[in-house]
Design a protein. Structure first.
Lengths: 329, 456
């Protein structure tokens, strides 16, 4: 975990900072609420929360342009909220209701939005990596200037298809940013116990793909790195790797007792490197916002999340007929 | 306002648990993320975090209590200044839970004994269409070329499809006509390029993926099934995957176990996939053109031995054959023989020989395995009352065993003999010439099966 950098004066407007604060807070409060609904039995099955990693998606979305695509694995709620998908639609999918983005048929791990260019929501570790390169392949084929953010974790980084994809993405100069969200634990296995290299992005060098480490607890650092990566792709230079060091506060999924790390380790990150606290401090220290301003944002976010939760409870279950729809186009 | 803290469900299967230990006491101030208690589930001891801020007003369930049902109030959180003693008694578990309970889906009623099924017997091309001899290989190439001329979004990718002109020369000439942007040599990396192709289909293209053989598609089967076939459903209909996976399937000759497997039954099982396995050149062309236009993922199973075989192909402008429509190759009255792909060769040879002995066999080429034209089979069985299926794949879980079950359920009263499934032998393919011959289905076996069901 890189320590928080506060020395460098951020080259960012008050409005931007407030936007990042709001977006990260939305993800955190949404996920807390999802955890609560899970505890109440309203959400079933697997539910992987994104708490702690908010700066990654918010920073990268700040570097994206309209038409850029994104795809990720099953820890996907944050990505969806960050690209503008409706919190109510996401939450109602978690509760398995007709108002969910997949009509309740996908669940926590499988949501999509053509409108927001979000391509899932995939449950097989690593499978989204060639899919993401395929989206980039389509952009290059259509010469539309689009870039695809292909997210995967430190765990997926040990899947063979990731390197099959690195090879072809480099060979064909595909406009894809490979985003390794390194939260240091592949489910319950610490990186040092699963991965031969300390910095995973180095593996791209074998394929001629440039990359770098990014402090994933600093939304401004993520945004800056994202802009660099996107510029590289848009210039036709092929793929780029961002290994974003981050940390998930919660277990791998809701049913993870998290005995593979200490409570102190989690607490230390929360206290010293929390990405939302970081922006909050920047806002207050730079006199961009008062405590009252931030309280107003907190309230606004709480209201959005409560509405999403209400919608997710009120939306009916899919009709029985839905069992048989959407199998063939 | 006081907020009840409820016993949480901490795993997908948890219904109750033990409140092992409180980590807060009444009067403590807590904020979101603080650990309130340790709860033992059926699997592990879990920490339970606060979601809301507040003061622990009352602890309702003492630590050490076993069998606490999910959603039972275990504590009450109050705001500053609020009097905990005035709190109402613990409310029963939230009503929302009952509301969320799964609604049992009624099992479909068993099908009633069938009226004659509606069967599409329309001809696939005009009866007066001029014919020309063409190999299956040429027909497949023409199908791809015609579709690529008509739609810029169609492209071909696979190992050796471009500069080498195809490992089996199916893509001969396509690179010259369409260039390297649309006819793409991939590295030997089936899992990866199948995934890239599926992703490109999500992105709006219409890829044709050639597997050098379907044996190698085993490396990619996760992308075919989990990504291509299921995404439309998982996305509630938003995101489909128009893609064709094609290449030779089944035994060639003397290439042993790892290169000689028929995957028809494997892919047939998957909702969301369509599965095509043509026999003739005309069908290969018409079905491949339809498969490329289809908005769903299609597994198109070819056969190396058939590539070089010539058939009459109608010379019409745009030959398409609908997926899911069987073809009656030969009408007959004593027995129905159902096959597909190279199995048709044995079915037709057997029918010829049986005719010499006075047994009239109706031969149906399924052409598409999924969706399956079971109506055509049942219609025929209602006439002949006897059924033999023929395929190269293994017996357990074969296409024929599925057909048998459908016919038993929907046309049991019409059967005058048990259905026989002629299949490849239940062994990995041997290399030795004599053993390989024994492992494969033969015309004589089909004849013997027909005689058995017709009691001759």
């Amino acid at each position: 975990m890189a320590a928080r950098k506060t020395t460098k004066k951020p080259n960012v407007s008050a409005e931007e900072l407030k936007t990042y604060y709001r977006e990260m807070l939305l993800i955190r409060r949404f996920e807390e609420k999802a955890g609560q609904l899970y505890g109440m039995g309203l959400i079933g099955g697997f539910c992987h929360l994104y708490i702690g990693q908010e700066a990654v998606v918010v920073g990268l979305e700040a570097a994206a342009k309209e038409g850029d695509k994104r795809i990720t694995s099953y820890r996907d709620h944050g990505h969806m909220l960050a690209c503008g998908m409706e919190p109510g639609g996401v939450m109602a999918e978690l509760t398995g209701r007709i108002g969910g983005l997949s009509k309740g048929k996908g669940g926590s791990m499988h949501m999509f939005s053509k409108e927001k260019h979000f391509y899932g929501g995939h449950g097989i570790v690593g499978a989204q990596v060639p899919l993401g390169a395929g989206l980039a392949f389509a952009d290059k084929y259509k010469e539309n200037g689009g870039v695809t953010f292909t997210y995967f974790g430190d765990g997926a980084a040990n899947q063979g298809q990731v390197y099959e994809t690195f090879n072809m993405a480099a060979l064909w100069d595909l406009p894809v940013v490979f985003v390794i969200e390194n939260n240091q634990y592949a489910m319950g296995t610490a990186q040092a116990r699963s991965t031969s290299t300390k910095d995973i992005y180095h593996r791209g060098e074998a394929f001629g793909i440039p990359g770098e480490i990014v402090n994933g607890m600093d939304v401004l650092a993520v945004k800056e790195a994202g802009e660099k990566a996107v510029a590289h792709c848009r210039a036709g230079k092929g793929p780029y790797i961002l290994e974003i060091k981050t940390y998930r506060y919660r277990g791998h999924s809701m049913s993870d007792p998290a005995k593979y790390r200490t409570r102190e380790e989690v607490q230390k990150v929360r206290e010293q490197s929390d990405p939302i606290e970081h922006v909050r401090e920047l806002l207050l220290a730079g006199k961009h916002a008062t405590e009252d301003d931030l309280k107003a944002i907190d309230k606004e976010i709480k209201e959005i999340v409560n509405q999403a939760a209400e919608f997710s409870k009120e939306s009916p279950e899919p009709s029985v007929e839905e069992l048989w729809t959407d199998i063939y186009a | 306002m006081a907020t009840e803290i409820l016993m949480p469900a901490l795993s997908p299967t948890m219904e109750e648990g033990t409140l092992a230990k409180w980590l807060v006491k009444e009067g403590d101030t807590v904020s979101s993320g603080d650990i309130l208690a340790e709860i033992e589930t059926d699997k592990a001891t879990m920490e339970f975090e606060a979601v809301d801020e507040g003061i622990v007003g009352k602890i309702l369930i003492a630590e050490g209590t076993e069998g606490v049902k999910v959603n039972t109030p275990i504590a009450v959180l109050v705001e500053e200044g609020e009097d905990a003693s005035a709190l109402p008694a613990a409310a029963p578990a939230a009503a929302a839970v009952a509301e969320a309970a799964p609604v049992a889906v009624e099992a479909p009623a068993p099908a009633a004994a069938p009226a004659a099924p509606v069967v599409d017997l329309s001809p696939d091309w005009p009866a007066d269409a001029p014919m020309a001899q063409q190999t299956v290989r040429e027909a497949l190439r023409d199908a791809m070329a015609e579709e690529m001329r008509g739609d810029e979004d169609v492209f071909l990718m696979g190992e050796e499809v471009a500069e080498y002109q195809g490992a089996y020369k199916v893509s001969q000439g396509l690179l010259d006509e369409f260039g390297g942007k649309r006819v793409i040599d991939t590295p030997i990396t089936e899992h990866g390029f199948a995934g890239i192709a599926v992703g490109s289909a999500f992105g709006g293209l219409k890829p044709i993926v050639e597997f050098m053989t379907f044996n190698f598609a085993m490396q990619a089967i996760d992308q075919i099934i989990n990504s291509a076939a299921k995404t439309l459903y998982m996305s509630g209909g938003q995101m489909g995957c128009p893609i064709v996976f094609r290449g030779p399937n089944g035994a060639a000759a003397r290439v042993a176990a790892q290169h000689s497997q028929d995957y028809a039954a494997w892919y047939m099982q998957v909702p969301g996939l369509k599965v095509v396995m043509p026999y003739s050149a005309a069908d290969a062309k018409g079905l491949l053109k339809s498969a490329i236009r289809d908005p769903n993922p299609v597994v198109f199973l070819e056969n190396e031995i058939l590539y070089g075989r010539s058939f009459d192909v109608p010379q019409v402008d745009d030959l398409t054959i609908p997926l899911g429509k069987a073809r009656i190759w030969r009408e007959g009255s004593d027995v129905t023989i159902v096959s597909f792909g190279i199995g048709m060769q044995f079915a037709l040879e057997a029918a010829d020989k049986l005719a010499e002995e006075g047994i009239s066999a109706e031969v149906i080429d399924l052409r598409t395995i999924r969706p399956m034209d079971t109506g055509a089979i049942i219609n025929s069985v209602m006439k002949t009352n006897r059924l033999v299926t023929v395929e190269e794949g293994w017996p357990q879980g074969s296409v024929g065993s599925y057909i048998s079950s459908v016919v038993m359920q929907e046309a049991f009263d019409y059967l005058d003999a048990p259905v026989i499934n002629c299949t490849g032998k239940d062994v990995p393919m041997p290399y030795a010439a004599n053993l390989e011959k024994l492992a494969l289905i033969t015309t004589d076996e089909v004849i013997a099966a027909v005689k058995q069901v017709t009691y001759r």
